[in-house]
Write a protein that binds this ligand. Structure first.
Ligand code: SAH
Length: 258
């Protein structure tokens, strides 16, 4: 029996794959990549003779059959997933048939687009005394939201919200956040194709105008929405400092200086 590795390819820039993921590609017999979101350049480390297939036009059944067939042939198989495989990646739906076939599975984490979007904007998703919580979620579309996870419930925490798969539903973001008392002027960051070389597009706006701003820029897919009270902190004159580097704070590696 072979082994099927689900490898997080990262958000777009092929250099953002992990070293472990790159090494697995370099030793792969077969690679199946999600071409709608993973750059084909990520497969450039594949050895000669490696079978490389785009799964863009395949159904879940075809994908799992492809993986099972190659895994059965004692092959090192790599399934390249966008960002991190644990987020909105249909991971378990692909793992279960492999388990049923007795094929070993391994997962390599990846840089999620939530983090690539924060990096693009030079933003921190947490700040002392502003928010210490990040919620990764989406707006209800065809996939229903489980109870307790409506946008208004999530927004009520006034923490950082990273919204996947929601760029066409910005009107719902506006409604939900305004209903929970977020100000019209609250900063919103939208990043399309975060980290993709030469294609990244960063839009800054407010809760009130972000939908229009995105429309004006023609942004309607592959975008991360970040709503957070931390946005724009780079320009703040007064910042609450992290305790980590505070001179009056002792920790494992440093004594406080009186
Ligand atoms: N597992 C992926 C998410 C897959 S769901 C991850 O960890 O990033 C697909 C959604 O992710 C898209 O609708 C978009 O909201 C977001 N996304 C993926 N790649 C992106 C990128 N490079 N820039 C901005 N958003 C991206």
């Amino acid at each position: 029996m072979g082994k099927v590795w689900f490898v997080g390819a990262g958000p777009g820039d092929p250099d953002l794959i992990t070293v472990k993921g790159r090494d697995l590609i370099a030793g792969a017999d077969a690679i199946l990549f999600a071409g709608s979101l993973v750059s084909q350049a990520t497969t450039r480390w594949a050895p000669e003779g490696c079978e490389i297939q785009d799964s863009k036009g395949m159904t879940l059944e075809q994908i799992t059959q492809w993986l099972v067939n190659r895994g059965r042939e004692r092959q090192q198989v790599v399934r390249l997933q966008t960002g991190d495989p644990s987020l909105y990646g249909a991971l378990i739906e692909m793992v279960q048939p492999l388990d049923a076939a007795g094929i070993e599975v391994g997962i390599v984490p990846g840089v999620s687009s939530a983090f690539a979007a924060a990096a693009a904007g030079v933003e921190s998703l947490t700040l002392p005394e502003i928010t210490q919580t990040v919620i990764l979620s989406r707006i209800e579309g065809r996939t229903p939201m489980p109870e307790g996870e409506s946008l208004t419930e999530l927004a009520s925490h006034h923490s950082t919200l990273c919204l996947f798969l929601s760029i066409t539903l910005l009107h719902k973001v506006q409604e939900g956040l305004l209903a929970e008392g977020w100000a019209k002027e609250s900063p919103i960051l939208v990043v399309q194709k975060a980290s993709w070389p030469g294609e990244e597009c960063i839009i800054r706006g407010t809760l009130e105008n972000i939908k229009q701003r995105c429309q004006d820029e023609g942004i309607s897919s592959q975008a991360m929405i970040i709503a957070s009270p931390t946005l724009g902190a780079r320009e703040w004159p007064k910042l609450k400092r992290s305790k980590l580097y505070d001179s009056s704070f002792s920790h494992r590696f440093r004594q406080a200086t009186p």
